[in-house]
Design a protein around this ligand. Structure first.
Ligand SMILES: CC(C)(COP(=O)(O)OP(=O)(O)OC[C@H]1O[C@@H](n2cnc3c(N)ncnc32)[C@H](O)[C@@H]1OP(=O)(O)O)[C@@H](O)C(=O)NCCC(=O)NCCS
Length: 188
C-alpha cells in the first residue's frame, strides 16, 4: 500500500494502484524536506547507473525544488526519490531528472507511483508532457516510463538529446529524450 500526502481525492496514483502492483510495504509519498537531502544522496549512491551528484545538489533540490520532487518513506527510511523541475519558458512540461528506488522497494510500482503522484499535485495540474532522458540499456527505466505513459493514456516520443561526446572525456552513455504526452488528466 502506498499513501500519498497530496491530494486526497480520486487521483492518478490511486488509479494506478487500482490497476495492480501495490507495494508490499506502506510507503508515504511526500514532498521532501531540507533534512532529506543527505538520505537522498545516500539512496542515489546505491542506485547505479544514476549519476551521483553532490550532497549540496540534493539539499538544493529538497529546499528549492521540493514542489516538483518526491520522497517515498517507510519505517523511517527513504526508499524512493524523484527529482524534477519545470524547464523555464515551457509552460506545460515537467522534466524528470532522477528516479531512484532502493533495491528493497523495487518491483512493486513505487517508481511509477512516485511519478504519478507528482501529476496529482494541484500546482502541477497544468502539466501536459513529461520529459526525461534515458540511457540505451536502462530497461527498468524504460519500462517504468512506458507504464506511466500507459496509465496516463498516452504514448512516448523518443529523440536524441545528449550525445556521449557532450559529457567530455568521462565515459557516459548517450542520453535520449523521452517525451510522454499529451497526458490524459484524470478528472477529480
Ligand atoms: C528504474 C527504477 C526507478 C524502477 O523502480 P521500480 O519501483 O522497481 O519500478 P516499478 O515497479 O514502478 O516498475 C514500473 C514498470 O517497469 C517494469 N520494470 C521495473 N523494473 C524493471 C526491470 N528491471 N526490467 C524490466 N521491467 C522493469 C515493471 O514491471 C513495471 O511494469 P508494469 O507496470 O507493466 O508491471 C529502479 O529500478 C531504480 O531505482 N533503478 C536504478 C536507478 C535508475 O536506473 N533510475 C532510472 C533512471 S532516471
Amino acid at each position: 500500500m502506498i499513501d500519498t500526502v497530496l491530494p486526497t481525492s480520486r487521483t492518478n496514483t490511486q488509479r494506478a494502484q487500482a490497476k495492480g502492483a501495490p507495494g508490499k510495504q506502506a510507503h508515504l509519498l511526500r514532498i521532501p524536506a531540507r533534512d532529506d537531502g543527505y538520505p537522498v544522496w545516500q539512496l542515489v549512491s546505491q542506485c547505479p547507473p544514476l549519476d551521483l551528484n553532490s550532497v549540496y545538489s540534493y539539499l538544493l533540490l529538497c529546499e528549492h525544488f521540493r514542489n516538483t520532487c518526491v520522497v517515498a518513506e517507510a519505517n523511517g527510511q527513504i526508499d524512493g526519490f524523484v527529482s524534477a523541475y519545470l524547464p523555464p519558458d515551457r509552460d506545460d512540461v515537467l522534466f524528470i531528472w532522477q528516479v531512484a528506488v532502493h533495491e528493497r522497494g523495487r518491483g512493486h510500482g513505487l517508481g511509477r507511483q512516485m511519478l504519478l503522484s507528482l501529476l496529482d499535485r494541484p500546482h502541477l495540474a497544468h502539466i501536459r508532457f513529461l520529459e526525461t532522458t534515458v540511457g540505451p540499456d536502462n530497461a527498468a527505466s524504460r519500462h517504468m516510463f512506458a507504464a506511466v505513459a500507459h496509465n496516463m493514456g498516452t504514448g512516448i516520443d523518443e529523440s536524441p538529446l545528449f550525445e556521449p561526446e557532450l559529457f567530455g572525456p568521462e565515459a557516459h552513455d548517450d542520453e535520449r529524450l523521452l517525451k510522454i504526452g499529451p497526458l490524459r488528466r484524470m478528472p477529480g
